[in-house]
Ligand binder design. Structure first.
Ligand code: ADP
Length: 451
């Protein structure tokens, strides 16, 4: 079996295992266990200038090759172009997207530095799999270094319609760079359609056939086991006691403007305003750990949510009932799994999301005898796979309120039927299947470029 080279902005720390491992490391676990592999990317450290040779570390059949980035390069590449230009644009939020030529140049510089450092490490039959919007030009930069290997790319976030993406200056150039890859994976059929049209418009019709949807999944069995175990533990018991018999609605998100949190809070406020039978009966726990706190838009989102939380509890609370519990501290994954099992409603309402793994985790966490209801945004990549959810448009707070009321009053029989229709897809289209499908497509690709 050929060696697999994974390229991602962040490379996991060789010492991080199990519960502390990042999302991508969890998703790739199976693929990495089965063959010799290398992680390549940013070390997580900045220095005066971007390094030219990577630092290598080995753990069994796994090699870690990482590069320190210059402070200025890092700022322009990561905080600048990746997070402030590409992230909002790819999530359909042009109004939040900022562009500067200096940031774009920094993004290209880092991708070129990655390619220059990676090319000499490659062995003849290696396969390279690059991940996400930080490294779109990596394939083209590797080709510039004379690399003729099979190169795959997977975009974890959405890809918007061409007219929207190309409002981003240099958008066409980035699409043309994608044509350097042998397989270009995206999360959904909609994303694939958009990207194919983009490639055609950018004059790379030949690459359109290399685009395919590979919806990412979770390790459902292990999540279910974690949920069962945690639900029987002391932490969940304490939490359950604090609910004093009230029904739990739960949301778990990074504090990000794509997650629709202000709209969600507005929807919950509408529920309390319109459906008074839920007063005293419902508790909504929102866990939203702060992310990218160094970006202004994230700081203002946090203020907005603080206001919402204060307003909702101020207006509706009783001395013995707090309708909303909102926390921005991180909570351990296993603890969350136990809480999800306790929740009658999983509230997942991103304005736009590549996939949204929380939705799948919520399904996996449920007790088959008494499952909860998933309330899910139509604009999550997971929506086409999870049609047993109550699907809604998260921009309409009344729709959120109505879906919450329907979920909170749904009879057991309907909850079971809806959950059963989602449980299969969550289990079968898991992380393992995702890796296997992508890698077998890459292995079997005609290697038009590699030839
Ligand atoms: P994104 O990748 O945009 O953050 P996803 O829903 O696809 O969104 O994946 C988020 C992952 O991070 C999930 O596995 C989820 O369990 C985890 N996660 C999200 N919020 C928290 C939190 N508050 N504490 C711990 N883990 C979290």
């Amino acid at each position: 079996m050929s060696r697999l080279v994974i390229v991602a902005n962040r490379v996991p720390n060789p010492r991080d295992r199990g519960a502390t491992a990042g999302g991508l490391a969890v998703a790739l676990k199976d693929a990495l266990a089965r063959r010799e592999a290398m992680w390549f990317g940013w070390s997580g450290h900045t220095a005066e200038a971007t390094a030219t040779t990577p630092t290598l570390a080995t753990r069994g059949r796994l090699t870690y090759a990482t590069l320190d980035l210059g402070r200025e390069d890092y700022r322009r590449y990561y905080q600048g172009f990746a997070n402030a230009s590409l992230w909002p644009t790819l999530h359909y939020r042009l109004g939040l997207s900022q562009f500067s030529r200096e940031d774009y140049a920094g993004y290209r510089t880092v991708n070129a530095a990655f390619a220059v450092a990676l090319a000499p490490l490659l062995r003849p039959d290696d396969m390279v799999w690059a991940h996400d919007f930080h490294v779109i030009p990596l394939g083209a930069e590797l080709r510039r270094q004379g690399v003729r290997h099979r190169l795959g790319f997977f975009l974890h976030v959405p890809f918007p319609p061409h007219a929207l993406f190309c409002a981003l200056p240099r958008g066409e150039e980035l699409i043309a760079d994608l044509a350097a890859y042998d397989v270009i994976g995206v999360q959904t059929e909609d994303d694939a359609t958009h990207l194919r049209a983009g490639l055609v418009a950018a004059g790379h019709a030949e690459a359109a056939a290399r685009v395919a949807a590979f919806p990412i999944g979770i390790e459902a069995e292990s999540f279910t086991r974690a949920a069962e175990k945690a639900a029987a533990g002391a932490e969940t018991a304490r939490f359950r006691q604090s609910l004093v018999g009230r029904t739990l609605v739960m949301g778990v998100d990074r504090l990000d403007y794509t997650k629709g949190l202000p709209h969600r809070f507005a929807g919950y406020a509408k529920l309390l305003a319109r459906f008074k039978s839920h007063h005293q009966q419902v508790t909504y726990l929102q866990v939203a750990p702060v992310s990218r706190g160094d970006v202004a838009q994230y700081r203002s989102l946090r203020r907005e949510l603080d206001e919402w939380a204060g307003r909702i509890n101020g207006q509706y609370a009783d001395p013995d009932w707090m309708p909303l519990r909102y926390m921005t501290r991180a909570v351990a994954r296993n603890t969350l799994a136990g809480f999800m099992r306790l929740a009658r409603v999983g509230l997942v309402t991103p304005l736009r999301d590549g996939m949204n793994l929380v939705a799948k985790e919520y399904v996996a966490a449920q007790n088959p005898e008494d499952p909860g209801v998933l309330v899910l945004s139509r604009f999550a990549g997971a929506a086409p796979q999870l049609d047993g959810a109550l699907l809604l448009n998260p921009l309409d707070p009344d729709e959120i309120a109505e879906a919450l009321d329907a979920a909170l009053t749904m009879p057991l029989e309907e909850r079971v039927a809806r959950w059963r229709s989602m449980e299969g897809p969550v289990r079968e289209a898991g992380a393992k299947a995702w890796c296997r499908d992508f890698l077998s497509t890459l292995e079997g690709s005609p290697a038009a470029i590699a030839a």
